[in-house]
Write a protein that binds this ligand. Structure first.
Ligand code: XMP
Length: 312
């Protein structure tokens, strides 16, 4: 904590020195890295930071609300909230190929963010939640740096990257020292394309709602039963198929929810978590009674390899 406080003090000084009285723009997803960058910048330059939170309609239950509550209401940040749900879902309509879905979501995200940026005057800096492993991976050509660049050619900003010398664990410690809530700082990984990759096949509003609601139940039950923070990643998936079942004595023909819960150290391989059977039964009961359009719950027993963690 002492080290974290020293880091924060040093970064605050460095940020003020770099930015002076200019404005900084930040895409605030609510993920660990961008949240910590936001909190650091709010501390350093307050209202000179402009945060843009783009809701692509593929966020988990309560996520956009929490970003608004924490940053706008509690930290008094200058936050622009854009609900672009319809726009994303329209673009994704009838698109079944996983890579095409990812490209559409990524491309649309940059477009929405760039549109918001163009509306603002006098922005000279762009803040990013780049961390040390991102830099290592792009140097070694493992994956394209997912943070850097991407904006249209004519939009040139000087970069502000206050956590780029930190590892993920250190970012979390700094976030905690900055007063961010535990469920933001210690949250499980969540892919950029969000719930979109957990709706295999073409994304529809009803299946998306089933994924969001079942995921919320799973998270709630894991938290209640001491599995939060113990299991590395857990979520639900609702593929594009229906099966016959029986509800209230009548035939039903509805979606299946697949539960996935895995442990890993580096996400390259993963083992399936052994969830207590009684808890599983309880979760199945809740999902089949509380989530609309679902009559079946399945558990994915596949390690990585041969599965990946996500379904798409
Ligand atoms: P896979 O499915 O490849 O996932 O075994 C490994 C880890 O990476 C996360 N993941 C992503 N994270 N953007 C991200 O920031 C993405 O597009 C993305 N796709 C997968 C996944 O949740 C898991 O933790």
């Amino acid at each position: 904590t002492e080290l974290a406080n020293q880091f924060i003090a040093d970064q605050v000084a460095a940020l003020r020195e770099q930015v002076k009285d200019k404005k900084v723009l930040l895409a605030l997803s609510g993920g660990v890295d961008s949240s910590v960058v936001a909190a650091l910048l709010i501390k350093a330059i307050g209202q000179q930071l402009v945060c843009v939170h783009v809701n692509h309609g593929l966020l988990r239950k309560g996520e956009p609300e929490q970003v608004i509550e924490v940053f706008r209401n509690q930290m008094n940040a200058n936050l622009i909230y854009v609900d672009a749900t319809d726009r994303f879902l329209d673009k994704l309509k009838d698109v079944t190929d996983p890579e095409t879905k990812r490209k559409i979501i990524g491309g649309e995200f940059i477009e929405v963010f760039a549109e918001e940026a163009r509306k603002l005057d006098g922005i000279e800096f762009l803040a990013q939640g780049t961390i040390w492993p991102d830099i290592l991976e792009s140097e070694h050509g493992i994956k394209a740096h997912h943070n850097a660049g991407g904006l249209p050619e004519d939009m040139k900003f000087e970069l502000v990257e206050p956590v780029k010398i930190l590892f993920k664990d250190e970012v979390r410690v700094v976030g905690k020292a900055l007063g961010l809530p535990d469920n933001m700082v210690f949250r499980q990984p969540f892919p950029g394309p969000g719930l979109g990759v957990r709706c295999p096949g073409a994304i529809t509003r009803d299946r998306l709602e089933a994924v969001r609601e079942s995921d919320a139940i799973l998270r709630e039950e894991f938290a209640k039963n001491g599995l939060e923070g113990k299991v590395w990643q857990y979520f639900t998936v609702v593929p594009d198929f229906k099966s016959t079942g029986v509800k209230d004595g009548k035939r039903s023909f509805e979606w299946s929810v697949i539960i996935r819960a895995v442990n890993t150290s580096d996400a390259m391989t993963a083992e399936v978590e052994n969830i207590p059977f009684a808890l599983m039964q309880h979760i199945v009961k809740r999902i089949t009674t509380e989530v609309k359009g679902v009559n079946r719950v399945l558990y994915d027993f596949t390690p990585k390899p041969t599965g990946t963690i996500e379904f798409e």
